[in-house]
Design a protein around this ligand. Sequence first.
Ligand code: NI
Length: 628
Amino acid sequence: MTTHPLDPATADEIERAVDLFRTAHGSDAWFSSCGRVEPDKAALKAWQEGNDPLRVIRLLGVDRSGDGGFEADVALADGSVQVRRLPLETQTPYGFADFAAAIRLTKAHKGWLSAAEKRGVAVATKDDLERIQIDPWPAGGYPHPDIPQGHRAFRCIAFVRDDPKDNGYAHPIQGLIAHVDVTAGTVVAVEDSGVVPVPQTPGRFDSAHQGATREGLRELEITQPDGPSFEVDGYRVRWQGYDFRVSIHPTHGLVLHGLSLNERPLLFRAALSDMVVPYGDSDPMHSWKHVLDASEYNLGTAVNSLTLGCDCLGEIYYFDIHHVTWDGKVRPVKNAICLHEEDYGIQWKHFDAQSETTEVRRSRRLVISSVFTIGNYDYGFYWYLYLDGTIQMEIKLTGIVGVSAVEDRAVNPEQSPLIAPNIVSPVHQHLFSFRLDWELDGGTNALYESEIEALPLSDDNPDGTQFRSVARHLTTESQAMRDTSPQTSRTWKVVNPERLNGLGEPVAYKLLPGPSPLLFARPESAVAKRAAFATHHLWATPYADGEESAAGPYTVMHAGEGGLTDYTAADRSIAQCDLVMWHTVGVTHVPRPEDWPVMPVEYCGFHLVPVGFFDRNPTLDLPSHCHS
Ligand code: NI
């Protein structure tokens, strides 16, 4: 199997890259991530089988240099190592070594321990300390005044477990935050907003703690006796005319590369760019929280190893990937990307009453998915490719909600509803920015907003019944900052003006948004600056190398420069260009009792739908399965 420039880094490549980096720069680095660099677009488009695969491995991490850390690009062909030091005001993503240090420092701090003891938490023995769970949260946007600029910092909150496998979130240690300066190796302050007893009601959700398992669910088997209908070659997938590559990016997670349909290009690259989880509660344990899970916590490195029969059902193909550990070893993740087909009900149907005949065809979709766990939350990203050319992104949100302990149930139900005895959970949002790098039918693309307009009463519209579809060409970056409008059926259309369909109209795909909120935090807030992407549902930019990060490439301890607000500052023309669309999608989560102690999956996402990309229903040739 030959290597393609977009194949994920192999174990050998990571080992070589770490060795070359250490030879050039010493060995005291803490690595936070590792991935192969995607060659720039021109190089990638010119690349052919048999060429040098352009393998460059990027290592991110920190050492003792007292700046923002390093970005090291190791070219495997010639062994050269290029290191870029990050400035003080920005930092490489947090890694395992940062978390471990924050946890160790908090548990060793006398002031913190005595404050925990005041809440009835045992801290005397090693076993006691092991039952304490510390969750480090990014301090960006709200750095403690005693932490110098350029230092990596956390706000650590804590929980206590009954035993090592307990759900610690059932027992929050309320009102206590440790401000940890990881760079200096100190706890600079312990913030104590008041003692509340630790809730004691258990929150276990494993089978062993549920009593009897329910009955009556008989076996449901999904079999494909002739095997699946897709073909896999390395990280390349072909299915029903679709052709693409998959990978896991350290920040963006699951990526689709070079997606085409019937040899017609659709998307050069499609992936999450960043995401933010802002909390709306006044509780000092939560009011500052707005983690950028992708860029601060390296979402891609938190990918789960999936299990057949549990995570995925049916004829599954799994892709493995490799990460780097904090101390430079290879960490393989088996079954990181799941590929399978799903029956999806009917594709189309008509019953002809006059002749009493029925024509019906079944729909099927190809599912490409990965699941990522960041602290208490689990995020599944599912790309669905359908037989009729529709492409869907569905995000599945699950895991455990953030909590506070209360004695009085009526403290602040509008901002933090009661979800379990003595447990409230703050209102919060999950807002995702997807970057869609279009190359619709090759060449350059244009962006239109289309919506429905009611016509005024007139001689031509005497009954006031008429409405029409209007389209507006969005020609600049500022014009393309748009929000959804379901009441006017607003969608956004990507058009290739130079490619006409059989009806003589330019081919197009539309972005069909879901019912997503926008950021509620005020424009003056730290989160509105650090996650400005979440202030609009749509942004668009002309493609430029390196513009991949909705909130900026390195956001740890960062004030918010370098992302979409900077990319669009010059208000470039997008009238007809190599178009990149950025779509904000998400949910506002008002926690419910049913979300406890583990949250049933909540869904959000969007669709990309062909509009005149084909000349007619492209699924007329599907085989019929009816034999009447
Ligand atoms: Ni939530």
